[in-house]
Write a protein that binds this ligand. Sequence first.
Ligand SMILES: O=C(O)CCC(=O)C(=O)O
Length: 265
Amino acid sequence: MLCQTDHQTFASRGLIHFPGLIPEAITEAAVKAIYKPLTRLGFRRDNTWQLPAINDDKLQRAGIVGLKDTKGSAAFRDALTPEVISIAKELAGEAVLDDIHRSPQLLFTFPNADIWEIPYSIWHLDAPRLPDGKAPGIQLFVVLNNLPPGGGGTLVVAGSHRLLNTGARISSKEVRRRLKREPYFASLLSRDSAERNQFLQQAGHVGEIELQVIELTGNTGDVFFMDMRLLHAPTRNCRDVPRIMLTHRFISPALVADYGKVIAD
Ligand SMILES: O=C(O)CCC(=O)C(=O)O
């Protein structure tokens, strides 16, 4: 299903973008499921947004709480199309993936800032480095409404999956601590580094490995597949509409074993 260039891109960057992979009928149904509680709570009326002020944390939180009603939505599950599952499996190599039957999770951010800046904190990993040196899983991000720069799309450090594969288990916290020893990450993760948005333009290096901060932007129906070893972070939304994405983690059996539990359907 994937060509050699796709495999090379994913191997070197840990990220690959497939425009328009999800059919419109599926994205529309997912958005409808999201609008339902938002309409009930007054954040949508007559098909238009009634958005809280960018600094109204309380009202924004009420919206996010209301969105919990969408958890496990069948419309979200439909985003895991046979094509999506087959790409995830192919990118994961020989590993059989667990977790494919659970429903994707909603990532929703109200407009919440005037100034968009790459954060210095909140960069993290969702899983440790594993002794087999492979990806603990493949995480996908589905764009449900057009997502231009500054619109709250997740940030990732492409290339960071190639670091610290030492053949030992390293906790996510420890990975972050060790990465900070490298000048590139020391600067990215420091509150004192100025002109932070330059990380989007300028690549960095650790040894031969090229690193690049990438903001996930795209159009409705686009899908990004990410190696779960990539350092990543949420960002602010400086646009005038909410950021609406789905995410889902296809977990490798090695990570399931590491958790010491089987993830149930
Ligand atoms: O874009 C976001 O909200 C961040 C997602 C994230 O940090 C995660 O999936 O672990």
